[in-house]
Write a new protein. Sequence first.
Length: 314
Amino acid sequence: MFENKQKNKKNLLVLALMGGMTCAQAEVLVILPESGPMARAASSIKLGFQSAYSASGEKEPVKFVNSDQKQLASVLKKHVTAKTKLIVGPLGRSEVDALMKAKPKLRVLTLNEGAKQAGNITQFSLSKKDDVAALKNVMEQDQVQELLVLRQPGTETEHELFLMALVAQAGLPMQVLDAYPQKLKKHQAMLLLGGNTWLNEQKLPKKQIYTLSNAIEEGQPIPLGIKFCDTPALYRGQWADMYSAYNQHPVTMPYQRLLAFGGDAWSIAQLYLQNPTAQNLAFEGRTGSIQISGNQIQRSPKCYQNTRKGVAAL
């Protein structure tokens, strides 16, 4: 993806300056696993964060700390100083819960959601419930009254949380099928849950069909007429820092979404640094429209349809 890419020489220099972001007198402490099973995801988030930070021109120093196989309480005790203004991270769900128990006094922007919430801790994630809300709105606009669900065999567990959230939010009659119906009735729609190859093997109508962003792969065909909701930075070239990060480390679309997530994490952190007491903030982010109210973040992905002229925003 990344349409309309234009090289930005200024942004291509940013990673050469990363050594200056790890000074001992850190004002922003970023906690991410640099090793272990989550390291690859964390690496993309970190790169997106760094690139957005450098493009912003912000002067607050940033310090990255490896959290893998470390107790969060120990990490905080060792690295939080009198000059630390903001904590970003951690990434693992269990680490977020551990951070809650540690009760840091500083403002925190976590990069996942935990089991509880706290007044000074804001939880930011690429949550399934945000994807559900966006797709539900599209279905409402299309006046869908019944949803038929077809899943690629073997992926049922992968999509279970999404379906549960959709049932809870949409309030539509829903049937999970074993095979595609010969014909869709009026006001019926089909949700297809599976990979790109499987999706393109189906004989589909040209309307009232939906899928998830994980079925969209770079350079691979998308069924005509299908609708989905995804990270806008993959389809709009307005974020030069995203191109800079991708140019430094080309990755597949799942990790491109994490580059965008890291960039938005920096944008939120910058807003907190500039507006320490603000309770209501909003901006158009790389991962969607971001609304911040108190310690709550609502992310609204953008939705698209594949047309004969290509992928078009709804």
